[in-house]
Ligand binder design. Sequence first.
Ligand SMILES: NC(=O)C1=CN([C@@H]2O[C@H](COP(=O)(O)OP(=O)(O)OC[C@H]3O[C@@H](n4cnc5c(N)ncnc54)[C@H](OP(=O)(O)O)[C@@H]3O)[C@@H](O)[C@H]2O)C=CC1
Ligand SMILES: O=C(O)[C@@H]1CCC=N1
Length: 267
Amino acid sequence: MKIAVLGAGKMGISFSRSFLKFELIKPENLHLITRRKENIQQLEQQFPGSKVSDFLGVSTVDADLIIVAIKPQDFQFVAENLKFRLNESQMILSIMAGIKIKKIQHLFNHKKVVRAMPNSPTLLGMGITGYTAAKGISFVDLMQIERFLNSTGRSVYLENENLLDGVTALSGSGPAYFYYIVDAMIKAGTEMGIEKNLAELFVKQTMLGAYHLMNTSDKSLEELIKDVASKGGTTEAALQTFEENRLKDSLKKGILAAERRSKDLSE
Ligand SMILES: NC(=O)C1=CN([C@@H]2O[C@H](COP(=O)(O)OP(=O)(O)OC[C@H]3O[C@@H](n4cnc5c(N)ncnc54)[C@H](OP(=O)(O)O)[C@@H]3O)[C@@H](O)[C@H]2O)C=CC1
Ligand SMILES: O=C(O)[C@@H]1CCC=N1
């Protein structure tokens, strides 16, 4: 299998690293395509043995799978300025937020398209990816793609493409919501006089421990909350303030706004 990655940014690079780490491809079968020529040298050092080109300078792509890892906003330009021909057997795997399979097929004039939404922990092989495929893609092709996706973490096939906007809003963007909450907790810690590095330790270890408890316990989230919140105690005081400020509603609204944005990106 030969793979080309169009857009050697954060996700393109972490995907490439995972494929190499799990020896799903050989370095010489990886072709990274970047926007700027200035990036070529650094990428060549990062990926010894692999081919690196700049987008406008690449005239052929000898790959079975082409991963499109550019920003959705760059897609139109890329589609209109493609200097290489896609042949019928090549598979496109898009990880662009929002851009629908139909649009990719139309702008690339190419049928074989799989659309996936990973998230940033792919970098550690701890990501989760939702994916779906254009009609007519064989089971064997799909399983091959899944094998690659699974080197970056877990993957879930979705029949209904529309659900990918929800997946984008939940798990694609999700790591940022988590960091946002962690950041707010650390800031509260420093405001209460705890040194920043100590506040970070307390919060991160709390998140780690709570995550494992949630994952191993038979109890519901509500019961786990009750286990911490003593009647008339400190947790209850915090939770009451969260409720008064509609924190849960606000988080839900934010996630729905992300879903809306994902839908808008294909317009
Ligand atoms: N970041 C995340 O957590 C996630 C991102 N995604 C999706 O992945 C995609 C990439 O995101 P991310 O890696 O974060 O973004 P980055 O900006 O890090 O990567 C995009 C890369 O594409 C390059 N690029 C732009 N135009 C071209 C071109 N014409 N030819 C070749 N390369 C080009 C950019 O080059 P330059 O450096 O010059 O700008 C950049 O390196 C997006 O579509 C995003 O929606 C999906 C899930 C999670
Ligand atoms: O914010 C974005 O648009 C991309 C998609 C999911 C995560 N990052």
